[in-house]
Design a protein around this ligand. Sequence first.
Ligand code: F6R
Length: 636
Amino acid sequence: MTESTLRSHLEKVPVKIFNDRDEGSKLVAREIASLIKEKNKLDKFTVLGLATGGSPLLLYKELIKIHKEEGLSFKRVITFNLDEYYPMKPDDANSYHHFMYENFFSHVDIEPENINIPDGTLSVEKIDNYCRDYDNKIKSLGGLDIQILGIGRTGHIGFNEPGSQSGDETRLVHLNEITIEDAAKGFGGKENVPRSAITMGVKTIMQAERVFLMAWGREKSEVIKAAVEGPVTGELPASFLQNHPDAVIVLDPAAGSHLSRIETPWLAGKCDWTDRMQKKALIWLSGHTKKPILKLTESDYKEWGLNSLLQTGEKAYDLNIEIHNKLQQTITGWPGGKPGSDDKTRPERSEPFPKRVIVFSPHPDDDVISMGGTLIRLAEQGHDVHVAYQTSGNIAVFDDDAYRFMDFVRGISKKMSVCEPEFEKIYQNIAGYLKTHPGNGNGNPDVLTVKGLIRQGEAAAACRFSGVKEENVHFLDLPFYETGSVEKNPVSQADIDIIVDLLREVKPHQIYAAGDLQDPHGTHAVCLHAIFDALKVVKEEAWTRDCWVWLYRGAWQEWDVEDVEMAVPISPDELKKKRMAIFKHQSQKDEPVFPGTDSREFWERAEDRNRETAKLYDSLGLTEYEAIEAFRRYKF
Ligand code: F6R
């Protein structure tokens, strides 16, 4: 287990950053397991405070594994959950009761009477007494031995939202707007999220013997920095942990990415001046001084704490030029390489030309959203471009659209007198299902097929528009995705085989893939791992020696500039064309089924992001473009 050991004096609570959430969760699981074992031996109860949500999921998985494989018994474990929505019935799929049984309790030998979860069914008058009893019960057991926490984007722990006090005990609270937004996906819309919850208070949490707060992913990085490095304040309740004698913050690199030791290590202590770190420092300095890199002076370096960067004897002027040139050399209008040119300082090889290219797109629209400009350029510049849609994306289509398309096909078949009784049977089945299951059509496999076909049609149209040949469009429909719900199956050999077959058929010189590894259970990361696994299978084959892999950023953020290895400029006209390609995905337009927490449409998010990158390059003193798509190289 490799954990980042460098610690900054700015961190006011111990922080451990692990390679990924799996490693972090395993550490916490081991701590809990050894405490239970120790207490079991002494015939004592272990009292645990538990959280729900995405953060502790892998922890529970690991504890279940330890129970099954190593016989860890939970018979003498008493648990208290942090919170429950109010009002909420325990058998509701969105209740924390349901979550805990589904993800943990049903898989271990805990006694049901030892499980305590706030009751979301009480009448309002009964809540105060109930909460006092909840706290008293914890106290009577000698307090919590270990408390597990996640953190909300508001900085909440439990549901102690901004405005909470250190003396708060268990009580009924109102949820913050941001918390409601974050919960909306599970509830099928913001309007369905309860406005209140019963939560353990900050005081109760702080009285736990030990606390582990786990946070994963970039969305948590800002609030983690504030909680760890900022002042202790009720406006950010997680910051109270700075006053706890034994609290540890457990992070993956993305959640820790805003900590000073990562973002500006030169300010947080000793810094290892690698090439990347020098780039990062100058980009940062340029941002703070609002000067292009070539105008930075020695006194700027000194004033902003970058003395150590010049201690190697290098002059600011020379370093400025070196970094400026390195950044300039990432820019190319020839993402497939410029044929016949000297490619020593270009991001891509000039030969072979044309190249065979596979663009892997996790969902049917990621290709055009994330790298539409580059895709269009590759096709225009004469490369043999293939696009492989990894998943069907079928759950992200409204029932109403499925209905509309069925009506359309029925209309055609009737008008053209090819209406077959078989088709009518399917039509009736689908229409009947949609009528009797409003808003819930994904339970029917035929509905899912129609939805998948709608997305195929849109992707094919976007490819046609972008200049990709029809025979080069591949719908892989990876089986892991086909569950009809947000929860997916694990990737299997069948998924890998499908990708391996395509790689062997095309033998690409270039592969583009969505490089989002932050959420290991998100479809993008699963799809990327499936590509990596497939590459492992073929890696001894001769063609792979001439194959480069480029990662584009699938979500809404772009790569940090210091990590970009190829920056493809997009002209105003190309940006318009990219927008039109995104518009082909009509089922995702206006308001998609899964909009996330961003109110902008997909094309707006893509344009903002590409323009932002161009602006950043411009502000560093590099050429000014309308927009830029950025890539990192992955060496396998
Ligand atoms: C859950 C809880 C909340 C969550 C927090 C993070 O019991 O009390 O504080 O821990 O909202 O949620 P996730 O882990 O889903 O990001």
